[in-house]
Design a protein around this ligand. Structure first.
Ligand code: ADP
Ligand code: MG
Length: 307
């Protein structure tokens, strides 16, 4: 028998390195008329590196100590930023102690207790302030926190992701982390814009400064930054209510709810979290972003043969 068009399209997608989970998904891919792209791990390669370690004057910890404490708190996390921090500590030959009471909040950061101290690492805008309990720097911030946020802002201005390290609630240092844009990012944004009939939107948990800078490099003008996982869902729902069929492409635990809420969700496989891979309708197994517009085209071709 000749293979039904949607099934041959699935086989074809497989040859491109994309796992499409069903014929229904293969069909839906061709219907999308709006695209939301995650930043870290999707438009970027997903292997960020620590570029700056900036100890803060308050607690007065040396550079290596800030990095060692951050690495210990991040060790249990599977987030790409966590891996960057652990790798940076190992590169400096630092011993990473085991931690107790590890906790993580998607889109925010991690915390852990060890050596009689509690250490938190995460977004300067969201990390709880040890004294106020609110987001860092929100309350009539102590000069220490103001200083920390200034250091973070300067790094973000350079396109870095700034991560704040607090020890017993006091800002101890700021790490600058950078990830490379994928070579094919701009071309993929253009191709998806053409297929959907509208330029893709950037949806990211990262800071607005770094997000805007990267968006400019790939030709995106609609940027939603500082989003929590549920904010990504809200954005998708808003577009769907306006009658759009949204394709979401993401890789993180933080993207999973949006991947589920979207008309079609595609996960980046290599650095992708297990939750994203399970939730998505399709998975980019070979780590090439350009395969995303390719499978949308395959779907459109197959649908012409079906109807
Ligand atoms: P994106 O949407 O760009 O993939 P995430 O939602 O995963 O990013 O993360 C958003 C922000 O939350 C990060 O830029 C960082 O500030 C903070 N964050 C999340 N997880 C961690 C972590 N494990 N360590 C440090 N910071 C984190
Ligand atoms: Mg991501």
């Amino acid at each position: 028998a000749t293979m039904p068009p949607l099934l041959s399209a699935i086989a074809n997608a497989g040859r491109h390195g994309v796992l499409v989970k069903s014929a229904v998904v293969m069909e839906r891919l061709g219907q999308v008329d709006a695209v939301a792209l995650d930043k870290t791990g999707t438009l970027t390669e997903g292997t960020p590196r620590v570029t700056d370690v900036r100890p803060l004057p308050g607690p007065g910890l040396p550079e290596d100590e800030v990095l060692r404490l951050a690495a210990a708190a991040e060790h249990p996390s599977e987030h790409p930023l966590a891996r960057a921090i652990v790798d940076a500590a190992r590169d400096r030959g630092l011993d990473i102690p085991l931690v107790r009471d590890f906790g993580s909040a998607p889109g925010t950061g991690v915390s852990a207790t060890f050596e009689g101290r509690s250490v938190a690492v995460g977004s300067p805008a969201r990390l709880p302030d040890g004294r106020t309990g609110g987001p860092a720097g929100e309350e009539a911030a102590a000069p220490e926190m103001t200083r920390a946020l200034d250091v973070a802002a300067a790094l973000e201005e350079e396109g870095r992701t700034a991560v704040l390290v607090t020890v017993d609630g006091r800002p101890a240092g700021v790490l600058g982390i950078a990830d490379r844009l994928r070579d094919e990012a701009a071309a993929t944004v253009a191709a998806l814009g053409e297929l959907a009939g509208t330029t893709p939107v950037l949806v990211t948990g990262d800071n607005p400064r770094a997000a805007a800078r990267l968006a400019g490099e790939v030709g995106i003008d609609d940027v939603r930054a500082g989003l929590l996982p549920q904010d990504k869902v809200a954005a998708v729902r808003e577009w769907e209510r306006a009658g759009r069929k949204v394709l979401v492409v993401g890789d993180g635990v933080n993207d999973a709810p949006a991947l589920a809420a979207a008309h079609t969700g595609i996960a980046m496989g290599r650095a992708g979290s297990d939750l994203a891979l399970e939730t998505a309708d399709a998975v980019v197994v070979r780590d090439e972003l350009a395969t995303v517009p390719a499978v949308v085209r395959l779907s459109r071709r197959a649908r012409r043969l079906v109807v």
